[in-house]
Design a protein around this ligand. Structure first.
Ligand code: PEP
Ligand code: MN
Length: 331
């Protein structure tokens, strides 16, 4: 199987009952995953299924003992950690909502530091708010507590937040990072594509939600796939192999570097003109921000860029930052 060298964490969103947990694990066993199931669920509404609670740890323990699989669950309090580790849970994960609160993460890290039982690893999802510093801080808190920490990019608002995950990998190049296509998309039909993109981007593995009967799932029914679908995805993933760049790639990179040189020269030149305009406006008591002009140049660029195959999103993002810098330089 091509996926061999990667990590797979798979299982249902929630542990619902003993039969569901055991049969899901049996159905996934041939993929050799770390078996995941949520015991305590951080749900938006108090009316939704909140997880079966500590009773579910007994069901997970059975998977470990009878199927010899490593097991993983989400923890959000010190008590969760104690109960999970005493039940033999091998890997813990910290969810996106908890990850947004550094005081809570520090409490979890302190609990782990003082625990007699050490998990094999702790996964930390990206915080729900797109803040790379917060995610990095969470990782450092857990590392300081002596944990083997692995990050999980689970997206923001049901979309990948690629820029944040690339930045985290730039800051922490040795960090193991998995991709969670299930929470990233909230949509089972997107899972295969995102799994392949994770491999194309050289992620170290995947955390995928898999339910025997997704439409009956008590939580996250729309995003779960069956164990058979997951097996099909994993067996068909195309793997890429990191290697030293050859001359063709080096030549293309040279072209990129030269183009970037020109691009930055132009941006610097544009700022010089912008400052001269700022001086003119000051001398003639004209307001700095001229909304009509901004709107006109933005619209013109969007139309032009689309004819070049560039997305409106790119034009807006680049233009907004350039325009903001220009206005600030004129203040
Ligand atoms: C989960 O993995 O079941 C979960 C709740 O994930 P997240 O914290 O990413 O929403
Ligand atoms: Mn879920």
């Amino acid at each position: 199987m091509p996926y061999d060298s990667k990590i797979l964490v798979a299982g249902p969103c929630s542990a619902e009952n003993e039969k569901q947990v055991f049969e899901s694990a049996q159905a996934l066993a041939s993929l050799h995953p770390i078996f995941r199931a949520g015991v305590w669920k951080p749900r938006t509404s108090p009316l939704s299924f909140q997880g079966a609670g500590k009773e579910a740890l007994v069901w997970l323990k059975r998977v470990k003992q009878e199927l010899h699989m490593d097991i993983a669950t989400e923890v959000a309090t010190a008590e969760h950690i104690h109960l999970a580790l005493e039940a033999g849970v091998d890997y813990l994960w910290i969810g996106a909502r908890t990850a947004a609160n550094p005081i809570q993460v520090q409490e979890l890290a302190d609990t782990l530091r003082h625990s007699a039982i050490v998990p094999k690893g702790v996964f930390i999802k990206n915080p729900v708010n797109e803040d790379v510093g917060l995610w990095q801080g969470d990782i450092e808190r857990l590392q300081q507590a002596g944990m083997h920490v692995m990050a999980i990019h689970r997206g923001c608002n049901h979309r990948p937040c690629w820029a944040m995950s690339f930045e985290l990998r730039r800051r922490m190049p040795q960090l193991v990072m998995l991709l969670d296509p299930s929470h990233m998309s909230g949509d089972a039909s997107m899972v295969p594509t995102l799994c392949q993109q994770a491999m194309d981007l050289n992620y170290d593995g995947l955390m995928v939600e898999s339910h025997l009967h997704p439409s009956d799932a008590l939580s996250d029914a729309h995003q779960q796939i069956t164990p058979a679908q997951l097996a099909d995805i994993i067996t068909h993933l195309e793997m890429r192999h990191p290697s030293t760049p050859d001359t063709e790639l080096l030549a293309l990179r040279q072209q990129i570097d030269e183009t970037d040189d020109e691009l930055w020269q132009l941006i610097a030149h544009r700022m010089t003109i912008s400052k001269a305009i700022g001086q003119y406006k000051k001398e003639h008591q004209l307001p700095i921000l001229q909304t009509d002009r901004y709107d006109a140049i933005l619209r013109k660029r969007i139309d032009w860029a689309q004819s070049k195959g560039l997305s409106e999103e790119l034009v807006r993002a680049v233009f907004e930052i350039i325009h903001k810098e220009s206005v600030e330089a004129q203040l």
